[in-house]
Structures are given as C-alpha cells and as structure tokens.
Design a protein around this ligand. Structure first.
Ligand SMILES: NC(=O)c1ccc[n+]([C@@H]2O[C@H](COP(=O)([O-])OP(=O)(O)OC[C@H]3O[C@@H](n4cnc5c(N)ncnc54)[C@H](O)[C@@H]3O)[C@@H](O)[C@H]2O)c1
Length: 344
C-alpha cells in the first residue's frame, strides 16, 4: 500500500486526536513527524502515539525529514505562518479551523497553496460525519423541498485552552466553537451569508476564572443568506450537560433534523454523564469520531490521487468572514452585512 507521510504540527488536544487516528485507523497515512514548541508536550504526545521524529519547529522538521503533507493543529494566530511555510516547501496542507485570524491571512494561505500547487483542506469535519453527509444528500435530492431555514447548534462541554478564550488570540467562541456552524449552515443552504446579527452573554466566565476582555459563553446568531434563506446558530461553551451538535433544516415541503430528540413534552439536561442527545456524547471527539478519521483519510487520498479536497480554503475564508462580521455585530450592537468585512 502507498503510505503517505505527514507531519503533525501541534501536539495538543487536536494534534493527539489526528495522530491517534492516523496510527489506528488510516493505514494509507502515517504521522511521520511531530512538531510542538513545548518540549514536554512533544515528548508526551510523541511517546503516546509512537512518533519518533520530533521537532520544536516546522523549520527543523522540513530540514531533517521527508513528508508530503502537514496537519496543522496549532492555535489560530500561528496558522498563516505555518501553512504558508509548508506550502512554500511543496507540502499539502490540512489546516484546522478557524482558518486564520482575518481575511487577509486567509487570502495569503489560499494564494500560497495555489502558487505552489498543493492541496488545502480545512478541518470542518462535519462534511465527513455520516449523519450530516446523509442529511445533505437527502436535502439536496429534494426530500424536504427547497431549504428555507437552517438552525444549527454547537454546545461544547469544556472551557477551550486559555488562548482560545481571548478575542485577541482566537476571535473567541464564535471562531473556536461555532465556526463549524457558520460553515455547516452555508454548506446546507448552498448559499453565502449576506447579513449576521449576534447577541452574546457571559454567565460562567467569572466562576471559571476567565478574565479575558469580551469573553462570552452564550451566543445567539441570526443569519440571512444571499438565497433569501434564513438561519440561526446557538452556541454555549462551557456547557455542563456535555457535547451537543445538532441541525434542523426546514424546506418548502418538510423538515430534516440531524441529531436525535426524545419525544417527551419536556426534556431537561443538566448532567454530562446522562447527556441530552442519544447516544450520549460528553466530549466532541466522541460525537465526531468517524468524521475526524474520514477527513484525514480524505486529505491523504487527495494527496495520493491528486484530487481537490472537498472542504476548501474558500470554505475556511467564509467562516472567518462570518466570525468577523458576527464579532462586529455584538460589539457594535447591530446587524452587520458580510460585505462590510469583506471589503476591509
Ligand atoms: N475540528 C475540531 O473539532 C476542533 C476542536 C478543537 C480545536 N480545534 C482547533 O485545533 C487547533 C488547536 O486546538 P487545540 O485545542 O488542540 O489547542 P491546544 O492548545 O490543546 O494545542 C495546541 C498546541 O500547539 C502548540 N503550538 C503553539 N504554537 C506552535 C507553533 N508555532 N509550532 C508548533 N506548535 C505550536 C502548543 O504548544 C500546543 O501543544 C485550533 O485551531 C483549534 O481551533 C478544532
């Protein structure tokens, strides 16, 4: 079997997830090298997943070992520099969401990948989740008629790492947690968002020791799409009843829901062990277990077969535009046209 070697950059939560999936479930790919700026993290994750070639910078890895692609799982402000460096060395790029801090950085990444003829795939794993994929196919086969409205929610259990709680280093939860919904609603509606209105609140930050300016843990988004369709996104993080990612699509003829709901008149969820949805997911790696495997497998296939990955730089860029317009919306307390941030 043709085995494609990749270098995993970032040995934190998601670096571990992808390294583990490559090792256990993706025989056509190999995490041949691991990069992390923190030596202890490098050693711990390297030992855990049997990755012997470990480096504290991408520079060093590029110098010392052969590989065809990179899987970038570092904090958002580092994405552009690492993706561009990898592309300039002819390496295919799998890049975790959110793509970058702003649209200029997104464009720089897209241009570098195009110029160096390497593939760029974004880590929006819902495109590889069996339930979401089936729902998309059935909606687009016309089963519920033309989509008029989409409602998406992601409620994430734990506080993200410190860098991801700060608007300045991550663009906050809208980017860190709910850019998946910005992407998935655009994907299902087959239309770009035109206007966004966001309200946010901070209920738990103080009691969890979060002092970052403008931190929010609760968020509601209203969207208007270019197609005329409307949408909403709800975000809660940290969410104490576990991990909850669902979607509802309302078409001219009917409704389709991704994620099960029990038929009770009243459903209450306050406990992460009991959960709310069936089966119970207390962590995001469990809910999207197959999707995380399929997305890296897809990246490896796109390298081996020289085909374009199905989640593109433009998909990443649109989600960042939604994050920027949404952040502007809650800071300025008004609906924001996407064209306002696209022109900046
Ligand atoms: N797809 C998903 O469902 C999902 C879920 C969580 C996080 N993410 C994304 O994955 C990325 C990483 O998140 P995380 O939760 O794993 O973060 P993390 O803080 O747990 O891990 C990041 C790691 O990157 C290392 N690092 C920082 N700068 C580096 C550099 N320049 N070069 C090499 N290593 C560097 C850090 O030392 C750390 O070990 C972020 O973009 C985040 O938004 C995606």
């Amino acid at each position: 079997m043709n085995v494609t070697k990749v270098c995993v950059i970032g040995a934190g939560r998601v670096g571990k997830l992808h390294s583990g999936n490559l090792r256990r479930y993706i025989p056509s790919g190999e995490a041949a090298a691991l990069v992390d700026t923190v030596p202890e993290t490098l050693t711990q994750t390297g030992n855990e997943y049997g990755i012997e070639s470990r480096y504290t910078s991408l520079d060093e890895a590029l110098d010392k070992i052969e590989f065809e692609g990179v899987v970038i799982t570092t904090p958002t402000p580092t994405h552009m520099q690492l993706a561009v460096m990898a592309a300039e060395h002819g390496k295919h790029v799998f890049l975790e969401k959110p793509m970058a801090m702003n649209l200029e950085e997104c464009d720089t990444i897209i241009e570098a990948c195009e110029k160096n003829s390497v593939h760029l795939q974004l880590g929006f794993m819902r495109h590889f989740d069996p339930d979401f994929v089936l729902a998309y196919e059935r909606v687009h086969a016309g089963e519920i008629g033309e989509p008029m409205m989409v409602k998406s929610l992601t409620h994430g259990p734990g506080l993200p790492p410190p860098w991801a709680r700060d608007l300045k280093t991550s663009n906050g939860n809208l980017a860190e947690v709910n850019s998946h919904d910005l992407d998935a609603t655009r994907w299902f509606m087959d239309s770009n968002p035109a206007r966004i209105y966001v309200e946010v609140s901070n209920f738990k930050g103080a009691e969890r020791g979060v002092e970052s300016e403008n931190f929010y843990d609760t968020m509601m988004v209203n969207l208007k799409f270019e197609s005329g369709g409307v949408g909403s996104i709800s975000g809660v993080c940290p969410c104490d009843y576990g991990y909850d990612a669902r979607m509802e699509i309302i078409g001219k003829k009917g409704i389709m829901m991704v994620g099960e709901l029990e038929g009770n008149a009243l459903t209450v969820g306050i406990d992460r062990d009991t959960g709310l949805v069936t089966p119970i997911f207390s962590r995001w790696p469990d809910r999207f277990f197959l999707a995380y495997i399929h997305e890296i497998e897809h990246f490896i296939e796109s390298i081996q077969n020289d085909t374009q990955p199905k989640v593109s730089g433009q998909d990443g860029r649109w989600a960042v535009a939604g994050v920027l317009a949404g952040t502007k919306s809650f800071l300025e307390e008004r609906p924001v046209l996407l064209t306002e941030v696209m022109q900046e």
